[in-house]
Design a protein around this ligand. Sequence first.
Ligand SMILES: Cc1cc2nc3c(=O)[nH]c(=O)nc-3n(C[C@H](O)[C@H](O)[C@H](O)COP(=O)(O)OP(=O)(O)OC[C@H]3O[C@@H](n4cnc5c(N)ncnc54)[C@H](O)[C@@H]3O)c2cc1C
Ligand code: FES
Length: 262
Amino acid sequence: MKLHRTEALSRERFGDHVRLRYRWDAPSIEPGRFIVARAGDLSAGLAPFLPRPFFVHDFADGVASLLFEVRGAGTAALADWGADVNVSEPLGRGFDLGGIGDGPVALIGGDVWVAPLKLLARRLALLGVSHDVYLELPATASETYVDLLHRAYPSATLAPTDGGPEAPRTVLERVGDLTRYRAVFASGPSEMLAVLSEACAGRIAAQLALRERMACADGSCFGCAVAMADGSYARACVEGPVFAAEELARPSGGVTIAGALP
Ligand SMILES: Cc1cc2nc3c(=O)[nH]c(=O)nc-3n(C[C@H](O)[C@H](O)[C@H](O)COP(=O)(O)OP(=O)(O)OC[C@H]3O[C@@H](n4cnc5c(N)ncnc54)[C@H](O)[C@@H]3O)c2cc1C
Ligand code: FES
């Protein structure tokens, strides 16, 4: 995996979250694709961290951004002001915007998984596709993170929840009648994706951005395998991370949506 050293333009902290902006020389980036990133001097070798995967949060005028939660050593290093940032090219398969006409479509996100919906909303606006954004807001979210969401998604309907088992259904209730939409694009915790997938099945096309754990991120290790409806397995880093809901396996008792952070 080739990493490119890039200039970090800003790092803004919102509670446990960081928005990192960096220069990226490309005409566009497809929403839903991801990059892998690593802080530090690459000439010092791979230690201490392998690059970590992140959705591209936004991109405009040669500036890309990531929005991530600081969880462990890799994200803490990326959040550290002054550290070099090394990023890959955008990877994987993003949201498929074919067949949605001029909408309307629903963008549904939950908890800390809202990152890829910003670039998607930007692209839909450019294409003239009408869209509504619904975001679950867990009670644990800091004030600064809530403020960030308000600014990043100004027209979003925010659905505050206590983060409990009913949280995904709370968001769905806010969406109301799904059939008024031509498609649903979702990025959220596995429980939310499972509930959405069930609600959309046979009624409306849904695309789900998964966060399956990754190692190589280039298709060679099969560590990110996702079970498919036809009994095969797909690599989230190459054939995903965005999948049509009906592509994914739905064993009895519910949908298996891998890739959620605990
Ligand atoms: C395609 C993709 C896109 C992602 N986009 C974003 C994003 O936009 N914003 C964001 O905040 N995070 C995103 N993530 C998750 C992010 O990659 C991890 O939080 C990060 O790798 C943690 O690295 P770390 O070194 O800080 O922590 P580590 O020490 O590596 O991990 C901290 C904890 O998180 C767990 N963990 C790490 N990655 C995953 C995972 N994928 N699934 C389940 N548990 C995990 C570890 O087991 C450990 O318990 C994405 C993941 C994938 C696969
Ligand atoms: S992470 Fe290695 S094949 Fe996807």
